[in-house]
Design a protein around this ligand. Structure first.
Ligand SMILES: [Zn+2]
Ligand SMILES: [Zn+2]
Length: 208
């Protein structure tokens, strides 16, 4: 099952220029079997996802990208939006209660821009990021960051034994499907998706 697990639409993310209908058309063009919506700090209502899924005939799952004090964290399998700014540790408690899964989004985004020099930062330094001990995995394929930043995230995830996930982070129609996660199993619900991510039985495709 080919899914794009990180997408923003105008329904819940002011920074996106893509309506839910535009997203679905792009997803069909990219030959996806489904998408997971990860609006900033908002979870779609089940009926919003179901309606769109029925209209276009591919799966629509509901995730969320949560702004924490330790960076953006994607969560899959949560039903309720956490209120207020949380630390990664507080979020992890909520995630565990819900048997959900937490993935650090674009963990090294802007590294080169901020000038503290990814190239000078060793994997050991990177591993000390306190956020990484509060997540199940890192996003290692995200179309909004450089290849170097994705590659560094992959190295750190492997060193730490964390799950390596991918998602486009699309905010417009061109981005949909640029990072695809391919699952061996058929996924039928948001909880299924969380479990499938936790088992790690998937591969990444078209990572750019
Ligand atoms: Zn955004
Ligand atoms: Zn995002």
């Amino acid at each position: 099952m080919r899914l794009d697990l990180h997408i923003h639409t105008t329904l819940g993310s002011a920074c996106s220029s893509m309506s839910p209908d535009e997203m679905m058309k792009s997803a069909l063009e990219a030959d996806l079997d489904g998408v997971c919506i990860t609006e900033h700090n908002r979870i779609w209502k089940p009926e919003q996802a179901d309606g769109l899924s029925q209209k276009y005939g591919i799966a629509v799952f509901r995730g969320i990208e949560i702004t924490t004090t330790g960076g953006d964290i994607l969560v899959f399998g949560l039903d309720e939006e956490p209120q207020g700014m949380m630390t990664p540790h507080q979020l992890r408690q909520r995630v565990d209660e819900a048997q959900a899964v937490a993935i650090a989004a674009h963990p090294f985004r802007g590294f080169l821009l901020f000038g503290f020099g990814m190239l000078q930062m060793s994997v050991d330094d990177a591993k000390d990021n306190p956020t990484f001990s509060q997540v199940h995995g890192l996003e290692i394929c995200n179309s909004k960051v450089t290849d170097e930043e994705n590659e560094f995230a992959r190295t750190v995830a492997e060193m730490m034994g964390l799950i390596k996930l991918g998602g486009s982070d699309a905010h417009d129609i061109d981005g949909v499907g640029s990072c695809v996660t391919v699952f061996d199993s058929v996924i039928r619900s948001d909880n299924d998706l969380a479990r499938a991510i936790l088992t790690g039985k998937f591969s990444l495709e078209r990572c750019k």
